[in-house]
Design a protein around this ligand. Structure first.
Ligand SMILES: [Zn+2]
Length: 123
């Protein structure tokens, strides 16, 4: 894709360094970079970053990592709360059905709507 090959004749890949000294600096590296049989070909693609960036970027990355960890915890808590809401909704539905049964369907003593109406008339 880039048209450059490493010492082993394999096309190189554009990669990004994330070590503190060269955080976010791109380089061309062997496709086998990080593997056992790599030829360790490396050619910087970007210019060296400024000292200020070298200091700031690692801090930003750590901050991002903390935010992602916090997001994970919040998502876990959200999942637990959603399960609780489902349980509570089921309980509310059951209570509502019980209330409807008690006040509309009678008290289970054989008095249905007709029985209740007759009983009210008799009063
Ligand atoms: Zn190589």
């Amino acid at each position: 894709m880039i048209g450059i090959t490493c010492h082993s004749g394999i096309s190189v890949q554009l990669r990004t360094s994330w070590i503190e000294a060269n955080a976010s600096r791109r380089f061309l590296g062997c496709a086998r970079y990080g593997q056992v049989n790599t030829c360790n070909f490396l050619k910087w693609y970007d210019h060296e970053i400024s000292e200020r960036s070298k200091q700031a970027i690692p801090g930003l990355l750590r901050s991002l990592e903390k935010s992602e960890d916090e997001l994970g915890r919040v998502e876990d808590e959200l999942g637990r709360l959603k399960k609780k809401v489902k349980v509570l909704l089921c309980l509310v539905l059951l209570l509502w059905l019980l209330v409807v049964k008690l006040f509309v369907g009678g008290l289970g003593n054989g008095l249905g709507n007709r029985g209740m109406n007759r009983a009210i008339k008799d009063l």
